[in-house]
Write a protein that binds this ligand. Structure first.
Ligand SMILES: [Zn+2]
Length: 126
């Protein structure tokens, strides 16, 4: 078996590494909600892009179960960028993401740093 050089895991590390692990975890969480939303969209796929579907909030809080009404057309636009997520207004975390679009019922955020890398790496459409 081939040994690959990689990151050491679970041996402490600096504060910087810990922050980045937390960011990674947040990114993974959001990626999970994104997959749920992909299923929700599939159920509506045959219908009009103007139709509004109830998506789940894709924020970093794994206890969040907020539902957000988003037009399928907007959802598709957001999904075309692996670093973008749809979240409930107020659920954004400035240390992970920046708001790129504000609507009445939802926000579109774009991940930066480690969370953005995880988001891109776990994109179900890539
Ligand atoms: Zn949320």
């Amino acid at each position: 078996m081939e040994e690959r050089a990689g990151y050491a895991r679970g041996c402490g590390g600096s504060n910087l590494e810990r922050v980045s692990l937390w960011e990674e975890r947040a990114g993974r969480n959001e990626a999970l909600f994104r997959e749920v939303n992909e299923r929700i969209e599939e159920l509506h796929a045959a219908r009009s892009g103007e139709e509004i579907a109830e998506f789940v909030c894709e924020c970093a809080d794994d206890a969040c179960s907020e539902r957000i009404p988003v037009p399928l057309r907007v959802y598709e636009q957001v999904r075309s960028d692996p670093r973008r997520f749809i979240i409930h207004p107020g659920h954004q975390r400035s240390e992970l993401e920046q708001v790129v679009e504000t609507a009445e019922r939802f926000l579109v955020v774009e991940k930066h740093g480690a969370a953005g890398r995880v988001a891109a790496a776990t994109d179900p459409r890539q």
